[in-house]
Design a protein around this ligand. Structure first.
Ligand code: PAF
Length: 323
């Protein structure tokens, strides 16, 4: 079983020519950086002048409950970067990439790990000549305190190209990410996969944020029961209008309820954002569904209502931050 590459048990050398840069030091970025070879993986600082140390230290609890001390460099030069993982929040992606993209070698693949949809297309549209790829992952990680990441459950990560030059490097990216020991696969229809995840998030996350409850608790709430069928109708119509393989509203609802049951005790990422005082990704989930529906001449009043309600919620730090 592959392990994270802690400072006390460094990985084998041999990858010295392939530096991987991680932009976004949240739970997911720290998870990937912990599992990738320690000597060639580092973080890209958002504000290099504010750094108080050359290294980022944190603890990782792996999926078997073992503790690891992780030490990774802050990268100042990016000219040798062979792969960039972007693990920022969806709303921060363009602003985080814009100041550094010209410092990356032109052939360096850029892999976007954002939730929802909208931010990935924005990057591919802004830099169409760059090898831009999107990742959809079921790796579960959370960050209960600033210097601690918990790898709650192993999952799979699918990688697919968003630009033409991205398609040419997909296999090389998968090989490089597979060095982490995490499960990585190629996905030719990455948009379909991202839509599948978006539909689940659209049917769980806003309810957990508005009701301030764990995933499983939405299933018996009047808010969910009164709106889930109409929400699934809106999703099914939009998915079809996007030209993607269609799903019946019933299928979408069953899938949402299955995930909510399987993760019943979890705090969704959106509720977690509120509890940590962070902005949510609602604009890239229900907000994206409402916007795309409008653009395509479809009605999506339930997605719009949920997006509006989440936008008016006030973040409230909460001591109960387990996930
Ligand atoms: O966003 C999340 O937290 C997760 O994708 C999901 C499916 C809602 C489970 O917690």
């Amino acid at each position: 079983m592959p392990s994270p590459q802690s400072s006390s048990s460094p990985s084998q050398s041999g990858y010295g020519d392939d530096p991987v840069a991680v932009l976004g030091a949240g739970a997911l970025g720290r998870l990937w950086a912990a599992y990738l070879p320690s000597e060639t993986t580092g973080f890209v600082p958002r504000n290099a002048s504010a750094l108080s140390s050359f290294k980022l230290n944190y603890h990782l609890e792996d999926d078997r409950g073992r503790e690891h001390d992780i030490v990774r460099r802050w990268l100042t030069g990016l000219s040798g970067t062979s792969l960039l993982l972007v693990t920022t929040k969806a709303g921060d992606t363009l602003d985080a990439l814009a100041p550094i993209i010209d410092r990356l070698p032109a052939p360096c693949p850029i892999v976007l790990f954002q939730n929802g949809l909208g931010s990935q297309q924005a990057v591919a549209e802004r830099w169409p000549g760059r090898p831009v790829l999107a990742a959809s992952t079921t790796e579960a990680a959370n960050r209960p305190t600033p210097d601690r990441v918990v790898h709650a459950a192993r999952g799979h990560t699918w990688i697919g190209a968003l630009t033409e030059t991205g398609a040419a490097v997909t296999s090389a990216v998968i090989r490089q990410l597979a060095r982490s020991g995490l499960e990585v696969r190629g996905e030719e229809r990455i948009l379909e996969r991202l839509w599948g995840k978006l539909a689940v998030n659209a049917g769980i996350n806003p309810f957990t944020a508005i009701l301030d409850c764990r995933n499983g608790d939405i299933l018996t709430s009047p808010l969910f029961l009164d709106h889930i069928d109409a929400l699934c109708d809106e999703l099914a119509n939009l998915i079809e209008a996007e030209g993607l393989p269609s799903h019946s509203p019933r299928e979408l609802r069953d899938n949402i309820e299955r995930v909510a049951r399987n993760t019943a005790a979890n705090t969704s990422s959106m509720r977690g954002d509120f509890q940590s005082g962070r902005a949510t990704e609602i604009d890239y989930i229900n907000g994206y569904v409402a916007r795309r529906s409008r653009e395509l001449g479809l009605a999506a009043p339930v997605n719009q209502m949920l997006a509006d309600r989440v936008r008016t919620l006030v973040p409230h730090p909460n001591p109960e931050r387990s996930s």
